[in-house]
Design a binder for this molecule. Structure first.
Ligand SMILES: Cc1ncc(COP(=O)(O)O)c(C=O)c1O
Length: 479
């Protein structure tokens, strides 16, 4: 735990146990810095975190106060999942489409969506960059920007790796149509039909669909909601099933939101290196951290070129531009060839627009605001779940991203909740779509990346009633 997190945890404990009460003024930053022997910026970070969790509020020129309307947040789930130890031929795609297609309309409350609100992005500045790029586009860019992609954009991406202390060469970066394409190209570069690939349990449904599409089997490995895939279980799965690759998220995993601690990421990379197994690392949420710095990906610990790192601008900057990339280590040539033989290249104007936006500066300022908004929305959302959902509900509190994984009391029927909620204009992502065996029948993934308002609060209240109605006792609750 970092210093500011430890300080925030102590203050939170004082609030929860009633030592600090609603309306009480917190000790000043200077006083706390002296009494705890930490820097003023550590105290500020702790106070920002508590503010984002809805526990304290700043009053202008007066300091920080304990919030007056603290609602309880649900406890976090703490048990590692227990999928069967088997390699599974997948048959999930149709069902995932059926469930998700019905939610893909802007008229429903988008708790089931995989996207944050499109209004959270710097659309005007992106538009200016797009206009400038369209006007100045070199006619030869249709040739120059073919895979591996626009050189200026690849340089900007390499610079962002460098800012995090990682040396990823521009030549290693292959620009793609979003992260999903990067991931599927990497998969095609390392696995063939009939092979098996390790995934988390639960896992992002699109990874199961991608495996199914090319006839690759899934090995679901036990995963802890906060700390990620279980390495002992992974070692066992490697020995038993001889997977061709792992497809994992070590940072803000979708759907759990877990963040694997850095030493564990290192141990994961070492374990896979020992068996020469490539790791396809999906890192699309890494920029959306609520702490003080971007968590290092597993790629940061790779010394053998075995990690194929994939990300995009879809979740943090420019959703509709469909620009992502892979940094596939020793598989770079194979991935570039996959790209050339499938979709040839990403759109030249969109690549140049993002390069232009990044060169002009302002991305980090936008990200700081976005992270703060998401952290605040998470706090409000978690408190609403605590308030409206049945007793026994648990929910993750990810340190980044925009998903809460909600575990309802055992026996609750998440698919029934999904169906009935949709009829009432509310989408949710039910647990079974995140599993090859349709497990997690009592779980929901909820998206808090959209503005919190009266409609959202009403929708959470409705979901709470539905959860009660479809709970283990199937109480007769009028909606
Ligand atoms: C975990 C995860 N990976 C990849 C993607 C796809 O990213 P992109 O939109 O950049 O293709 C998503 C989008 O929902 C996602 O949630």
């Amino acid at each position: 735990m970092k210093r500011y997190e430890a300080l925030a945890a102590d203050v939170e404990e004082s609030i929860r146990t009633g030592v600090l009460r609603p309306g009480d003024r917190l000790a000043s930053v200077r006083h706390t810095s002296t009494s705890r022997g930490v820097s003023a910026s550590t105290v500020f970070q702790a106070y920002y975190l508590l503010e984002a969790r809805g526990l304290i509020r700043a009053r202008e020129r007066s300091g920080y106060y304990v919030a007056g309307d603290i609602r309880k947040v649900p406890p976090e789930p703490d048990l590692t999942s227990q999928p069967k130890d088997e390699s599974i031929a997948l048959d999930v795609s149709e069902r995932v489409f059926e469930i998700l297609e019905s939610s893909m309309t802007r008229d429903v409350v988008p708790f089931g969506s995989a996207f944050p609100s499109p209004l959270l992005f710097p659309l005007a500045r992106l538009g200016q960059a797009m206009a400038a790029s369209a006007q100045s586009l070199d006619p030869w860019s249709t040739v120059d920007d073919l895979t591996p992609g626009n050189a200026a954009l690849r340089r900007q991406i390499a610079l962002r790796y460098l800012a995090d202390g990682m040396h990823v060469h521009t030549d290693e970066i292959v620009i793609t149509n979003g992260a999903l394409e990067a991931l599927t190209l990497c998969l095609a570069a390392v696995a063939r039909p009939g092979d098996s690939v390790v995934v988390e349990s639960p896992t992002f449904y699109a990874s199961l669909q991608a495996l199914e599409r090319i006839g690759v089997q899934a090995i679901e490995v036990p995963t802890h909601p906060r700390e990620g895939i279980d390495l002992t279980a992974l070692e066992h799965a490697i020995a038993r099933h001889k997977p061709k690759a792992c497809w994992l998220m070590t940072t803000f995993q979708n759907p759990l939101g877990g963040l694997m601690p850095e030493p564990k990421k290192k141990a994961l990379v070492e374990l896979l290196a020992l068996h020469q197994i490539p790791l396809i690392e999906d890192d699309v949420y890494a920029e959306l951290y609520f702490g003080d710095k971007r968590p290092a990906p597993a790629k940061a610990f790779d010394t053998q070129g075995l990690v194929l790192h994939c990300s995009s601008f879809s979740k943090c900057l420019a959703p509709g531009y469909r620009i992502g990339w892979a940094a596939p280590g020793r598989f770079t040539r194979a991935v570039a060839r996959q790209k050339l033989t499938t979709t040839l290249s990403a759109s030249a104007p969109a690549q140049l627009a993002l390069a232009t936006y990044l060169e002009r500066g302002g991305f980090d300022k936008h990200l700081r605001k976005l992270r703060r908004t998401l952290a605040e929305q998470q706090a409000t959302f978690a408190q609403a779940v605590g308030h409206y959902f049945p007793a026994g509900t648990r929910a993750t509190r990810p340190a980044g991203g925009y998903f809460l994984w909600v575990e309802l009391p055992e026996g609750t029927d998440a698919l029934a909740i999904h169906r009935q909620a949709l009829a009432l204009g509310i989408s949710v992502a039910p647990g079974p779509i995140f599993s090859a065996t349709r497990a997690f029948t009592n779980c929901l993934r909820l998206n808090y990346g959209h503005a919190w308002d009266a409609r959202a609060e009403q929708a959470i209240a409705t979901l709470g009633r539905l959860a009660q109605a479809h709970g283990p006792s199937h109480a007769d609750v009028s909606l």
